[in-house]
Each structure stands twice: as C-alpha cells, then as structure tokens.
Design a protein around this ligand. Sequence first.
Ligand code: ZN
Length: 213
Amino acid sequence: VSPDEGRLREQFRRWGQSLFERGYTAGSSGNFSARLSDGFLVTPTNSCLGFLEPEKLSKLDPSGRHVGGDPPTKEVPLHLSFYRARPQAGGVVHLHSTFATALSCLEATDAHDTIPPITPYVAMRVGRVPLLPYTHPGSADVAPLILHAAVEHSAVLLANHGPVVSGPAFEEAVFAAEELEETAKLVFLTQGRAVRRLPNAAVSELQARFRLR
Ligand SMILES: [Zn+2]
C-alpha cells in the first residue's frame, strides 16, 4: 500500500462516517471511489458509509477488475465511466442525499440545469448539473449516459436516484457533493418565491477564476 493509497483509505473512513452521521446518505446507500496510480479504490457492496473499514475497501485494477479487498459496490460502472470521461477526475462521490434526490424526482426540474446557480459556491464547485434518464441501480446502461455527460460536467443527477459528483481529488468531490446538497436544500426553501439567480456574467467570471473543470 503506497502512502497515497493509505491516506485515501483513511479519508474514505473519515468522510464516510462524517457524511453518514450528518444524514447525507442512509443505510447502505451511497458509494465512493478514488483514482490510484495502479487502479481504483472503491467502497464495498452493501457497506454502510458510516462504518467503513479501511483495510476492507475494494481495489480495482485500471481496467476495473476486482483485485483486492471486499467485492466492490454494484455502482462500479457509474464510477468508472466518470474516470473515462474525465481524465482530470481523482475522486467520485455518489449519495442519496435527500434534497438533491428530491429534485431528481420532480417533473418540474429542468433536465439541463437541475441546480440553478443561486450562490457563488455552487457555481465554483459544481457548475451546471444535467439530469440523466433513469436506469436501475448497478445497471451498465448508465455508462454511455455518463460517458457523454461527464465530458462537459463534473456532476450529474440520476433521475429518481441521486447525485454523482467528481472532483480533481476525493476530498474535493466530497466538498462538491455537500455543496450540491446544500444548494438543493436552498432550492426547496425558496421554491414559489421570486429567486434572484446569479447573473450569467458572474457565473462565467467565477468559473474562469476558479477554473471549474
Ligand atoms: Zn445509488
């Protein structure tokens, strides 16, 4: 185990516990992955993010074959498609966080822009988030949808399921997933009222300045 891999295993444990305890995902829902120099680190199938054991995390080779630890989450196709579409992605976080998942279920949600830019942080950390059509959890059918969408977008919402968020490193993906959920919460709190979105020029400026990729 390289020092980087050991550090990532510990980050999975700490962030899994923190997100679980703060109610960002429940039961055995949600999964993490991170890119390693020799493959991928992934949370095991049916594991609870609140109680991850670093030494039992699943390891995949660069082609996605299971080579160590417990069997990986059935959502592996979703994670690997993100890395294939985004060479710059170092980590991917998938949660069933309540408000973002609620948005993914609403007929009225704009499929091209599910999380409106109402605060600077969501524009900086998340950007425009498209809605991908429903596929059953673990389905390989999600792969082509993500391969297409993730070239342009660092995060997507799976219809009637929840968010998938990438970042240049695992922790940055966690921060972006939290930002997405907090903004989804604001969307519900402000629903039915006149909402001032950030002007397009302000969004472009934030993305240029903070190099959202
Ligand atoms: Zn899921």
